[in-house]
Design a binder for this molecule. Structure first.
Ligand SMILES: *Cc1c(COP(=O)(O)O)cnc(C)c1O
Ligand code: SF4
Length: 340
């Protein structure tokens, strides 16, 4: 079989797409042929939106089923009144990311041995309602502080890996990304760079030939961890983006979050892992959602998660089973769930 040669997207298309993204619950709802009346609990929506605005690229909304309030993609991004309900046991910063101990320099979070996370930008191409960084004080960790973070990385020879995070690092323009990768790769103890990004899935037009060159030319291997929660997110455009990326980086992995009412079924998870494989990606982590203020309706019990996970193990080859983990503040790594 001859595979058609795929080409990257035109350079400025993604910026246009981003500028035309849906930016309010009302716009999103009318785009998918729904109205507020389909969501009885949305009375306090304006407060919710002021706190964390809706942001959805149209190409992502195009993958939703019109007229379906329970659509799993819509539910990930639609602001809901229930986000403003007060629930015991939830925190603004459940992972202690704003405690000084975890921050060697502004913009750099070090929790684990050998790797540190660099906050490269505060922006994302989509706003996920379950996001654990929705309350993160990005203002205090401005990308302008990157020089200090780079110095801290230089001075810590125990670091062998830097993880570009955000926000979404692929929102950096190509020049800044190239410069950042170059500066990191020039540090002798840095052996690899990891990029955590949801952009190949939510804004595939960002995969331009300049970006691919930047990644392919890196002096140290690049690992890209994308973020997909549901097989319906993966379409012909993501297939094209991921095929192009698979030639430019060393490995492509996925992390997903197990979300009540969105992907909390073994069938959906198995379909996701299979579809990821079809699109060149291996499952890496399946995260239990973090207990962040405003996200209680996405949380599910460990017992429910372990039932789903047992079925995934029975239904997939070992290499397509992600690790089921949660993050516990203060632990030396992500913690695997004790299975029933
Ligand atoms: C999750 C996380 C990592 C990455 O952990 P891995 O288990 O290596 O994927 C690194 N740093 C921070 C601060 C994290 O939250
Ligand atoms: S793309 Fe990632 S960081 Fe941005 S809102 Fe979604 S989950 Fe949060």
């Amino acid at each position: 079989m001859i595979t058609p040669i795929e080409t990257a997207w035109e350079p400025e298309l993604w910026r246009i797409e981003l500028s035309q993204a849906l930016r309010s619950a009302n716009d999103l709802l009318s785009y998918v042929q729904l109205s507020n009346a389909d969501f009885p609990d949305s009375s306090t929506l304006s407060a919710v939106e002021a706190d964390f605005p809706v942001l959805v690229p149209r190409s992502f909304a195009d993958r939703m089923t019109p007229g379906k309030p329970a659509d799993p993609l819509l539910r990930q991004v639609l602001a809901r009144g229930e986000e403003s309900r007060t629930v015991d046991g939830l925190s603004l910063d459940p992972l202690n990311e704003t405690s000084d101990a975890a921050i060697p320099a502004p913009g750099l979070i070090k929790k684990y041995h050998g790797r540190a996370l660099l906050i490269t930008t505060s922006g994302c191409a989509v706003h996920c309602r379950y996001c654990f960084r929705r309350h993160f004080p990005y203002e205090e960790h401005r990308p302008t502080a990157l020089a200090g973070a780079l110095d801290a990385i230089r001075q810590d020879p125990t670091l062998s890996e830097v993880i570009l995070s955000g926000g979404d690092p692929l929102l950096l323009d190509d020049r800044r990304l190239t410069e950042l990768l170059h500066n990191l790769a020039a540090i002798p103890h840095i052996r690899r760079i990891r990029i955590h990004t949801r952009i190949p899935v939510v804004l595939p037009t960002r995969i331009t030939s300049m970006l691919l060159q930047t990644l392919a030319n890196s002096a140290v291997p690049i690992i890209m961890v994308i973020h997909t929660n549901h097989p319906q997110e993966l379409d012909h455009n993501t297939a094209r983006a991921l095929r192009l990326l698979s030639r430019a980086v060393r490995f492509l992995f996925n992390q997903a979050v197990l979300l009540n009412g969105i992907n909390d079924s073994a069938d959906v998870q198995i379909a996701l892992c299979e579809r990821l494989f079809d699109q060149q990606v291996l499952p890496y982590y399946l995260h239990m959602p973090d207990a962040v203020v405003g996200t209680h309706h996405f949380l599910l019990e460990d017992s429910a998660a372990s039932v789903i996970y047992a079925k995934m193990q029975a239904g997939l080859p070992g290499f397509l089973v992600p690790k089921l983990v949660r993050e516990i503040a203060g632990e030396a790594s992500k913690s695997t769930l004790a299975l029933a």
